[in-house]
Design a protein around this ligand. Sequence first.
Ligand SMILES: C[S@@+](CC[C@H](N)C(=O)[O-])C[C@H]1O[C@@H](n2cnc3c(N)ncnc32)[C@H](O)[C@@H]1O
Length: 283
Amino acid sequence: MASSFTPKQAIEFDGALLKELQGDVSDKIALTLLKELGLSRMLSSSVIHDNGCGYGAVTMAVMAAEPPAGVQIHATDINEMYLAELKAALAKNPTWPVKVETMDACALTFPDNTFDLSVATFVFAGLTDDVAAASHVRRTLKPGGTGVIAVWKDMPWHAALENAHHKIRGSDEPMAPFLSMTRYKKNEVAKDAEAGGWSPDELEFVEKAEWLNLGPDLKRWATIAWSFLAKPAGGWQQRDEDRWDEAVDSIVEELGQGAWHKVEDGVHKIRMVADVAIMRKQG
Ligand SMILES: C[S@@+](CC[C@H](N)C(=O)[O-])C[C@H]1O[C@@H](n2cnc3c(N)ncnc32)[C@H](O)[C@@H]1O
Protein backbone atom coordinates (compact mmCIF):
# COMPACT_ATOMS: atom_id res chain seq x y z
CA MET A 1 0.00 0.00 0.00
CA ALA A 2 1.29 3.50 -0.84
CA SER A 3 2.49 5.41 2.23
CA SER A 4 0.96 8.80 3.10
CA PHE A 5 4.24 10.07 4.58
CA THR A 6 5.59 13.29 3.09
CA PRO A 7 9.05 14.65 3.91
CA LYS A 8 8.79 17.92 5.81
CA GLN A 9 10.95 19.66 3.21
CA ALA A 10 8.66 18.76 0.28
CA ILE A 11 6.84 21.75 -1.16
CA GLU A 12 3.08 21.48 -1.47
CA PHE A 13 2.10 22.03 -5.06
CA ASP A 14 -0.14 24.50 -6.79
CA GLY A 15 -0.43 25.69 -10.39
CA ALA A 16 1.95 28.62 -9.87
CA LEU A 17 4.71 26.29 -8.67
CA LEU A 18 4.18 23.97 -11.63
CA LYS A 19 4.65 27.02 -13.83
CA GLU A 20 7.83 27.96 -11.98
CA LEU A 21 9.16 24.42 -12.46
CA GLN A 22 8.42 24.45 -16.16
CA GLY A 23 9.76 27.97 -16.72
CA ASP A 24 8.74 29.49 -20.02
CA VAL A 25 10.56 27.02 -22.23
CA SER A 26 7.46 25.40 -23.71
CA ASP A 27 5.92 28.85 -24.32
CA LYS A 28 8.96 29.79 -26.41
CA ILE A 29 8.88 26.51 -28.33
CA ALA A 30 5.12 26.83 -28.94
CA LEU A 31 5.63 30.36 -30.28
CA THR A 32 8.37 29.32 -32.71
CA LEU A 33 6.49 26.25 -33.87
CA LEU A 34 3.23 28.03 -34.50
CA LYS A 35 5.00 30.81 -36.36
CA GLU A 36 6.61 28.23 -38.64
CA LEU A 37 3.33 26.42 -39.15
CA GLY A 38 1.96 29.62 -40.67
CA LEU A 39 -0.34 30.96 -38.00
CA SER A 40 -0.48 34.19 -39.97
CA ARG A 41 -2.48 32.22 -42.53
CA MET A 42 -5.10 31.25 -39.95
CA LEU A 43 -8.65 31.57 -41.24
CA SER A 44 -11.57 32.91 -39.28
CA SER A 45 -12.99 29.38 -39.47
CA SER A 46 -9.88 27.74 -37.94
CA VAL A 47 -10.47 25.45 -34.97
CA ILE A 48 -7.43 24.68 -32.83
CA HIS A 49 -6.85 22.09 -30.11
CA ASP A 50 -4.38 22.76 -27.29
CA ASN A 51 -4.20 19.11 -26.21
CA GLY A 52 -2.78 18.57 -22.70
CA CYS A 53 -2.74 22.35 -22.45
CA GLY A 54 -1.24 22.74 -18.98
CA TYR A 55 -1.38 26.43 -18.24
CA GLY A 56 -1.87 27.13 -21.94
CA ALA A 57 1.49 27.59 -23.69
CA VAL A 58 -0.07 26.82 -27.08
CA THR A 59 -3.22 28.86 -26.41
CA MET A 60 -1.08 31.87 -25.46
CA ALA A 61 1.07 31.43 -28.57
CA VAL A 62 -2.03 31.38 -30.80
CA MET A 63 -3.42 34.48 -29.10
CA ALA A 64 -0.04 36.24 -29.40
CA ALA A 65 -0.39 35.82 -33.19
CA GLU A 66 -3.59 37.91 -33.06
CA PRO A 67 -5.80 35.39 -34.87
CA PRO A 68 -8.70 36.61 -37.01
CA ALA A 69 -12.11 36.92 -35.36
CA GLY A 70 -13.91 33.59 -35.56
CA VAL A 71 -10.95 31.36 -34.65
CA GLN A 72 -11.83 28.91 -31.88
CA ILE A 73 -9.43 27.28 -29.43
CA HIS A 74 -10.24 24.22 -27.31
CA ALA A 75 -7.84 23.72 -24.41
CA THR A 76 -8.02 20.38 -22.60
CA ASP A 77 -6.09 18.71 -19.79
CA ILE A 78 -6.69 16.33 -16.89
CA ASN A 79 -4.83 18.29 -14.21
CA GLU A 80 -7.09 20.78 -12.44
CA MET A 81 -4.10 22.65 -10.99
CA TYR A 82 -2.87 23.52 -14.47
CA LEU A 83 -6.38 24.31 -15.70
CA ALA A 84 -6.89 26.69 -12.78
CA GLU A 85 -3.82 28.65 -13.93
CA LEU A 86 -5.15 28.82 -17.48
CA LYS A 87 -8.64 29.82 -16.33
CA ALA A 88 -7.14 32.61 -14.22
CA ALA A 89 -5.29 33.91 -17.31
CA LEU A 90 -8.47 33.69 -19.38
CA ALA A 91 -10.45 35.58 -16.73
CA LYS A 92 -8.14 38.51 -17.46
CA ASN A 93 -8.84 38.15 -21.19
CA PRO A 94 -12.57 37.41 -21.31
CA THR A 95 -12.90 38.03 -25.06
CA TRP A 96 -10.46 35.28 -26.00
CA PRO A 97 -12.20 32.49 -27.96
CA VAL A 98 -10.97 29.70 -25.69
CA LYS A 99 -13.05 26.86 -24.26
CA VAL A 100 -11.36 24.96 -21.43
CA GLU A 101 -12.41 21.40 -20.64
CA THR A 102 -11.17 18.59 -18.46
CA MET A 103 -10.48 15.79 -20.94
CA ASP A 104 -8.14 12.82 -21.22
CA ALA A 105 -5.94 12.96 -24.33
CA CYS A 106 -6.31 9.17 -24.59
CA ALA A 107 -10.11 9.44 -24.89
CA LEU A 108 -10.97 12.74 -26.58
CA THR A 109 -14.71 13.29 -26.88
CA PHE A 110 -14.58 15.78 -29.78
CA PRO A 111 -16.32 14.63 -32.98
CA ASP A 112 -14.29 13.36 -35.94
CA ASN A 113 -12.79 16.01 -38.26
CA THR A 114 -13.10 18.91 -35.79
CA PHE A 115 -9.69 20.62 -35.84
CA ASP A 116 -7.48 22.36 -38.38
CA LEU A 117 -4.56 22.25 -35.95
CA SER A 118 -4.03 19.98 -32.94
CA VAL A 119 -0.99 20.61 -30.79
CA ALA A 120 0.31 18.48 -27.91
CA THR A 121 3.51 19.95 -26.51
CA PHE A 122 5.26 17.76 -23.92
CA VAL A 123 2.16 15.70 -23.17
CA PHE A 124 3.16 12.38 -24.72
CA ALA A 125 5.46 11.00 -22.04
CA GLY A 126 3.16 10.12 -19.21
CA LEU A 127 0.03 8.97 -20.97
CA THR A 128 -1.61 5.67 -20.13
CA ASP A 129 -2.22 4.91 -23.81
CA ASP A 130 -0.02 6.86 -26.24
CA VAL A 131 -1.31 4.91 -29.26
CA ALA A 132 -4.92 5.84 -28.45
CA ALA A 133 -3.87 9.46 -27.94
CA ALA A 134 -2.12 9.56 -31.33
CA SER A 135 -5.15 7.95 -32.93
CA HIS A 136 -7.50 10.55 -31.35
CA VAL A 137 -5.31 13.35 -32.70
CA ARG A 138 -5.76 11.93 -36.20
CA ARG A 139 -9.47 11.20 -35.77
CA THR A 140 -10.28 14.71 -34.52
CA LEU A 141 -8.27 16.51 -37.24
CA LYS A 142 -9.98 17.59 -40.46
CA PRO A 143 -8.51 16.07 -43.64
CA GLY A 144 -5.61 18.35 -44.53
CA GLY A 145 -5.27 19.39 -40.88
CA THR A 146 -1.98 19.44 -38.99
CA GLY A 147 -1.10 17.62 -35.78
CA VAL A 148 1.92 18.44 -33.64
CA ILE A 149 3.46 16.22 -30.98
CA ALA A 150 6.53 17.63 -29.23
CA VAL A 151 8.70 15.60 -26.84
CA TRP A 152 11.99 16.46 -25.18
CA LYS A 153 15.10 15.13 -26.86
CA ASP A 154 17.63 16.54 -24.42
CA MET A 155 16.58 17.37 -20.89
CA PRO A 156 19.90 17.88 -19.15
CA TRP A 157 18.34 18.59 -15.74
CA HIS A 158 16.78 15.17 -15.86
CA ALA A 159 20.06 13.32 -15.44
CA ALA A 160 20.76 15.36 -12.30
CA LEU A 161 17.49 14.18 -10.74
CA GLU A 162 18.05 10.57 -11.82
CA ASN A 163 21.53 10.64 -10.30
CA ALA A 164 20.13 12.05 -7.04
CA HIS A 165 17.56 9.22 -7.04
CA HIS A 166 20.35 6.63 -7.34
CA LYS A 167 22.46 8.36 -4.70
CA ILE A 168 19.66 8.45 -2.12
CA ARG A 169 17.84 5.23 -2.94
CA GLY A 170 20.46 2.97 -4.52
CA SER A 171 20.71 1.74 -8.08
CA ASP A 172 18.30 -1.18 -7.63
CA GLU A 173 15.23 0.85 -6.70
CA PRO A 174 12.95 1.52 -9.70
CA MET A 175 13.18 5.09 -10.98
CA ALA A 176 10.63 7.51 -9.49
CA PRO A 177 7.56 7.23 -11.76
CA PHE A 178 7.53 10.86 -12.94
CA LEU A 179 11.22 10.62 -13.80
CA SER A 180 10.82 7.46 -15.87
CA MET A 181 7.92 8.91 -17.89
CA THR A 182 10.17 11.40 -19.58
CA ARG A 183 12.14 8.64 -21.29
CA TYR A 184 9.57 8.76 -24.09
CA LYS A 185 11.43 9.99 -27.18
CA LYS A 186 11.14 10.62 -30.94
CA ASN A 187 11.24 6.89 -31.81
CA GLU A 188 8.32 6.19 -29.50
CA VAL A 189 6.34 9.05 -31.06
CA ALA A 190 6.88 7.64 -34.56
CA LYS A 191 6.06 4.08 -33.47
CA ASP A 192 2.91 5.06 -31.53
CA ALA A 193 1.72 7.45 -34.24
CA GLU A 194 1.95 4.67 -36.82
CA ALA A 195 0.19 2.24 -34.48
CA GLY A 196 -2.45 4.95 -34.03
CA GLY A 197 -3.21 5.09 -37.75
CA TRP A 198 -0.77 7.71 -39.07
CA SER A 199 1.08 6.71 -42.22
CA PRO A 200 4.87 7.33 -42.27
CA ASP A 201 4.30 9.71 -45.24
CA GLU A 202 2.23 11.96 -43.01
CA LEU A 203 5.02 12.40 -40.43
CA GLU A 204 8.01 14.71 -40.42
CA PHE A 205 10.28 15.60 -37.47
CA VAL A 206 11.92 18.94 -36.74
CA GLU A 207 14.19 19.89 -33.84
CA LYS A 208 13.74 22.97 -31.66
CA ALA A 209 16.04 24.22 -28.91
CA GLU A 210 15.37 26.81 -26.20
CA TRP A 211 16.73 27.90 -22.82
CA LEU A 212 14.83 26.81 -19.72
CA ASN A 213 14.85 29.61 -17.18
CA LEU A 214 15.46 28.17 -13.68
CA GLY A 215 15.39 31.52 -11.89
CA PRO A 216 18.07 33.12 -9.71
CA ASP A 217 18.12 30.42 -7.02
CA LEU A 218 19.13 26.95 -8.22
CA LYS A 219 18.40 25.43 -4.80
CA ARG A 220 14.80 26.63 -4.93
CA TRP A 221 14.31 25.16 -8.41
CA ALA A 222 15.96 21.87 -7.37
CA THR A 223 13.68 21.68 -4.29
CA ILE A 224 10.57 22.25 -6.42
CA ALA A 225 11.74 19.69 -8.99
CA TRP A 226 12.60 17.05 -6.36
CA SER A 227 9.28 17.63 -4.53
CA PHE A 228 7.22 17.27 -7.69
CA LEU A 229 9.11 14.65 -9.68
CA ALA A 230 11.01 12.40 -7.31
CA LYS A 231 8.26 10.76 -5.24
CA PRO A 232 9.19 7.06 -5.36
CA ALA A 233 6.88 4.27 -6.49
CA GLY A 234 5.05 3.30 -3.29
CA GLY A 235 5.38 6.78 -1.78
CA TRP A 236 7.91 8.87 0.11
CA GLN A 237 9.86 7.24 2.94
CA GLN A 238 11.64 8.50 6.06
CA ARG A 239 14.98 8.12 4.29
CA ASP A 240 13.79 10.72 1.72
CA GLU A 241 13.33 13.22 4.55
CA ASP A 242 16.61 12.24 6.23
CA ARG A 243 18.60 12.62 3.00
CA TRP A 244 16.60 15.45 1.42
CA ASP A 245 19.38 18.04 1.58
CA GLU A 246 21.86 15.57 0.10
CA ALA A 247 19.54 14.99 -2.88
CA VAL A 248 18.90 18.70 -3.47
CA ASP A 249 22.58 19.66 -3.05
CA SER A 250 23.62 16.99 -5.53
CA ILE A 251 21.10 18.30 -8.10
CA VAL A 252 22.30 21.88 -7.59
CA GLU A 253 25.92 20.84 -8.01
CA GLU A 254 25.29 18.82 -11.17
CA LEU A 255 23.08 21.48 -12.78
CA GLY A 256 25.66 24.18 -12.16
CA GLN A 257 28.44 22.16 -13.80
CA GLY A 258 26.84 21.12 -17.09
CA ALA A 259 28.05 22.45 -20.43
CA TRP A 260 24.40 23.19 -21.23
CA HIS A 261 24.11 25.53 -18.21
CA LYS A 262 24.71 29.28 -18.17
CA VAL A 263 23.97 32.21 -15.88
CA GLU A 264 22.67 35.36 -17.55
CA ASP A 265 21.90 38.49 -15.50
CA GLY A 266 21.90 36.34 -12.37
CA VAL A 267 19.39 33.86 -13.84
CA HIS A 268 20.29 30.17 -14.26
CA LYS A 269 19.39 28.73 -17.65
CA ILE A 270 19.54 25.27 -19.20
CA ARG A 271 19.49 24.41 -22.89
CA MET A 272 16.66 22.05 -23.79
CA VAL A 273 16.13 20.38 -27.16
CA ALA A 274 12.75 19.16 -28.41
CA ASP A 275 11.89 16.71 -31.18
CA VAL A 276 8.66 17.74 -32.82
CA ALA A 277 6.49 15.55 -35.04
CA ILE A 278 4.57 17.56 -37.62
CA MET A 279 1.76 15.34 -38.84
CA ARG A 280 -0.38 16.20 -41.85
CA LYS A 281 -3.60 14.23 -42.14
CA GLN A 282 -4.09 13.16 -45.72
CA GLY A 283 -7.54 12.24 -46.87
C1 LIG B 1 4.73 19.16 -19.25
S1 LIG B 1 3.07 19.64 -19.24
C2 LIG B 1 2.93 20.46 -20.80
C3 LIG B 1 1.80 21.41 -20.83
C4 LIG B 1 1.70 22.28 -22.09
N1 LIG B 1 1.30 21.51 -23.24
C5 LIG B 1 2.98 23.03 -22.33
O1 LIG B 1 3.64 22.79 -23.36
O2 LIG B 1 3.34 23.85 -21.51
C6 LIG B 1 2.23 18.10 -19.54
C7 LIG B 1 0.72 18.28 -19.51
O3 LIG B 1 0.08 17.07 -19.92
C8 LIG B 1 -1.07 16.92 -19.13
N2 LIG B 1 -1.53 15.54 -19.21
C9 LIG B 1 -0.94 14.44 -18.68
N3 LIG B 1 -1.69 13.35 -18.95
C10 LIG B 1 -2.75 13.78 -19.65
C11 LIG B 1 -3.88 13.13 -20.23
N4 LIG B 1 -4.05 11.82 -20.12
N5 LIG B 1 -4.77 13.87 -20.89
C12 LIG B 1 -4.62 15.22 -21.01
N6 LIG B 1 -3.58 15.89 -20.49
C13 LIG B 1 -2.65 15.18 -19.82
C14 LIG B 1 -0.57 17.33 -17.75
O4 LIG B 1 -1.64 17.57 -16.85
C15 LIG B 1 0.21 18.57 -18.09
O5 LIG B 1 -0.59 19.69 -18.12
